[in-house]
Design a protein around this ligand. Structure first.
Ligand SMILES: [Zn+2]
Length: 270
């Protein structure tokens, strides 16, 4: 599943070729994504130039001035540049064709992604209640500690709650808790201010490292095939049940929380 670093890597890969370009047309082959692609998407956006491409959580925000297009990659979505006259494959649901012929193509086999538009981002129901960005200053130890004090759930579920902080998916939650030395099932209320400081710092560090890894691999994707791919993260605990901890050799444990797998080292995380 594309997580925040993959979405940010996608944004950085698309920006140089699309910024300032005028959208000529949109081809919707299958509108049945998580929500239907609006009938009037092309009418709202075509003829306008892309002034900015931003990200909020895992939403890509294409600012065309007259309206902003919101794209979410869902479970299996990816955006890439199609070659001229390249036929669309089975799961290539939407194309955006720009004035210089550049074609951006959305592939989404499971169709949990979304393509929407809005005139008022701040009041859009998908965006209005999102918590702070993990890499911005508002997400700090004091903020995380205050959020933890208000909740009775396990810390892993707190940091995966988009109303607390956006973009911390399952992989990055397990990895961040490992780096902070905190077990995923620990009650959020029991975490001290220093523990929250370690965790906030670990979340920033893990996400920034993943974005940097994506950025360094981006050139290869764009140059080899025009495709923006996703990168394999070198995980410390995620998906390593039974394997030795890379820090202390204790076997990594797997538990299930809220129907999601969590992984931790019983020695390094107390
Ligand atoms: Zn360990």
């Amino acid at each position: 599943m594309p997580e925040l670093p993959e979405v940010e890597t996608t944004r950085l890969g698309l920006l140089p070729r699309l910024q300032g370009r005028t959208l000529s047309r949109i081809v919707v082959r299958n509108p049945h994504l998580r929500w239907p692609v609006p009938d009037d998407l092309e009418a709202r956006l075509a003829g306008h130039a892309l002034s900015r491409l931003d990200r909020r959580g895992k939403y890509l925000l294409f600012d065309f001035g007259a309206a902003t297009q919101i794209v979410h990659l869902g479970m299996s979505g990816s955006l890439r540049f199609a070659a001229p006259d390249e036929p669309a494959a089975l799961h290539d649901h939407v194309d955006w064709v720009f004035d210089d012929g550049t074609t951006l193509r959305l592939r989404d086999p499971r169709r949990f992604g979304a393509v929407l538009w809005t005139r008022d981002l701040s009041r859009h129901p998908l965006l209005a209640h999102l918590g702070p960005e993990p890499l911005e200053p508002a997400f700090d130890a004091a903020y995380l500690h205050a959020q933890c004090q208000r909740r009775k759930t396990a810390i892993k579920q707190v940091i995966m709650d988009a109303q607390v902080v956006v973009g911390v998916g399952n992989i990055y939650a397990s990895e961040s808790l490992f780096h902070a030395g905190i077990r995923p099932a620990t009650s959020a209320r029991r975490l001290s201010h220093p523990a929250c400081a370690r965790l906030a710092a670990a979340i920033r560090q893990v996400l920034a490292a993943a974005i940097a890894a994506g950025g360094s691999s981006l050139r290869d994707y764009v140059h080899s095939s025009g495709e923006l791919g996703y990168f394999q993260l070198q995980t410390r605990v995620y998906d390593r049940a039974g394997l030795p901890c890379k820090a202390c050799a204790t076997p990594i444990r797997r538990i299930v929380q809220g129907q999601r797998a969590s992984f931790y080292c019983p020695t390094c995380q107390r």
